[in-house]
Design a protein around this ligand. Structure first.
Ligand SMILES: Cc1cc2nc3c(=O)[nH]c(=O)nc-3n(C[C@H](O)[C@H](O)[C@H](O)COP(=O)(O)OP(=O)(O)OC[C@H]3O[C@@H](n4cnc5c(N)ncnc54)[C@H](O)[C@@H]3O)c2cc1C
Length: 403
């Protein structure tokens, strides 16, 4: 059996950020970063832009660090390595190749996988679920052959894929979405309808108020059927119906709740010495209250760095975080800051949509919960971040003062 001071399960951005956090405070401890994918950690959000667009680039362009960085920082990266078991009483993990690793501290950073709806035909050829570099490379190859593309879903992944694929020559893209606008949760109904017009003007066909019933074809996709009884022909389908946490390693234990792995404000689980970060972590939200799990790149970076520092034993940092993420479609760059998990009761629009420069404030009653920015400068975003960070605490303090 081999022994390491730190074992990190999952070599995505959460896992590699944990390594960075440890190394900041512990230069000597041995670190093993084990990842199931064949690629070293890479920028998942850049996959589409780098590989799907008109000027598709190479996989190397999306790597977070090169080999030299891992060597310089004495981090043992093992790709193509699935951790199949973890024994938290003896601090031993087992790899798919049968090797066992004894560790002092560990962090789970297993991320998510694309949700697969339980419908007929989900395994037919040319039905894609996008999560990994390999998924996107394969899609890119097939998209050169199949020009009738249907995208099921209306979230970020659906909209980004639609925007890029619709710019490829000969490709016709349709979006099948159960809503009646695009991205209404972040933009509100008025600008959600505006974004739908924007997609239509760029040649994307929108099929609203449609829920998927199944994929049809003998071995390869031919049609997509919806619950309303409609049928659309398609040579390629992308299922973009959200993600679910990869918790198979700890399935059936208190570390695998349907909404993720519970951690405390130091990102440690109830099992001493075991931390969890990224898409799987369900953490206490120090700003908006309650517990929260987010599937955002910046959250995985921030959590990894905090968990790594805490694992080193040299620091004890609370995870204090305002959710934010970005997304770019066509020439629209969106930044979303705050809590969009509950439906807003009021949207306030500022700016000029004709110039593609605006922001949308989300309120629940009089409480500002989040702001969506379209092509706005960093100062404005920073100002809103400050306002969002301070206001809920201010409100809480006032409520406490008033008893
Ligand atoms: C196509 C795409 C576009 C996105 N765009 C954006 C965006 O624009 N903005 C944004 O904020 N977020 C975006 N996201 C979400 C963002 O990428 C994730 O929130 C982030 O990658 C989460 O990091 P993570 O380390 O928790 O998980 P992941 O990045 O999923 O990495 C987890 C890794 O762990 C591995 N693993 C799982 N189980 C095991 C095991 N038992 N043993 C070993 N390894 C294991 C997995 O194979 C995977 O490589 C996007 C996601 C996708 C898929």
């Amino acid at each position: 059996m081999i022994r390491r001071d730190y074992l990190i399960v999952g070599a995505g951005i959460g896992g590699v950020s944990v390594c960075e956090g440890i190394r900041e405070h512990d230069k000597k401890g041995t670190i093993l970063l084990a990842g199931h994918e064949t690629a070293p950690p890479y920028h998942r959000p850049q996959l589409f832009k780098s590989l799907l667009g008109k000027r598709a680039g190479s996989a190397e362009q999306v790597l977070v660090h090169d080999d030299a960085w891992f060597a310089r920082n004495h981090i043992e990266l093992r790709t193509d390595t699935l951790v199949t078991q973890i024994n938290l009483e003896r601090h031993i993990a087992v790899l798919a190749n049968g090797q066992a690793i004894e560790f002092r501290k560990a962090c789970m950073a297993m991320g998510s996988r694309a949700r697969r709806p339980q419908v007929a035909g989900g395994n037919l050829g040319n039905v894609f679920y996008l999560r990994t570099l390999r998924d996107v490379q394969a899609l890119r190859e097939v998209a050169d052959l199949e020009h009738e593309v249907a995208i099921i879903g209306g979230g970020c992944i659906a909209l980004e894929a639609a925007a890029l694929l619709s710019q490829l020559p000969k490709t016709k893209v349709s979006i099948i979405h159960r809503g009646a606008q695009l991205w209404a949760r972040y933009l509100g109904p008025e600008l959600g309808a505006w974004l739908a017009e924007y997609y239509t003007a760029h040649g994307v066909k929108l099929m609203f108020n449609q829920s998927l019933s199944g994929f049809e074809g003998r071995t390869v996709l031919k049609n997509i059927a919806t619950k309303s009884g409609d049928r659309f022909s398609a040579g390629l389908a992308i299922v973009a119906l959200g993600a679910e946490p990869n918790l198979g390693l700890v399935a059936g234990t208190p570390l695998a709740y349907p909404h993720g792995t519970p951690v405390n404000e130091y990102l440690e689980t109830d099992e001493k010495g075991l931390f969890a970060v990224g898409d799987i972590a369900s953490y206490p939200d120090r700003i908006f209250g309650g517990v929260r799990r987010v599937e955002h790149w910046p959250a995985a970076v921030a959590q990894g760095q905090v968990a790594g520092a805490n694992m080193s034993g040299k620091k004890r940092i609370k995870f204090d975080y305002l959710p934010h993420f970005s997304s770019t479609v066509f020439d629209l760059h969106f930044d979303c800051v705050g809590d969009f998990s509950k439906p807003a009761t009021r949207f306030e629009i500022e700016g000029d949509r004709a110039k593609k420069k605006f922001l949308v404030r989300h309120y629940i009653l009089s409480q500002l919960m989040g702001v969506t920015f379209c092509n706005q400068p960093p100062e404005k975003i920073e100002a809103a971040r400050t306002q969002l960070r301070e206001w809920p605490r201010g409100k809480k303090a006032v409520a406490e003062e008033q008893g």
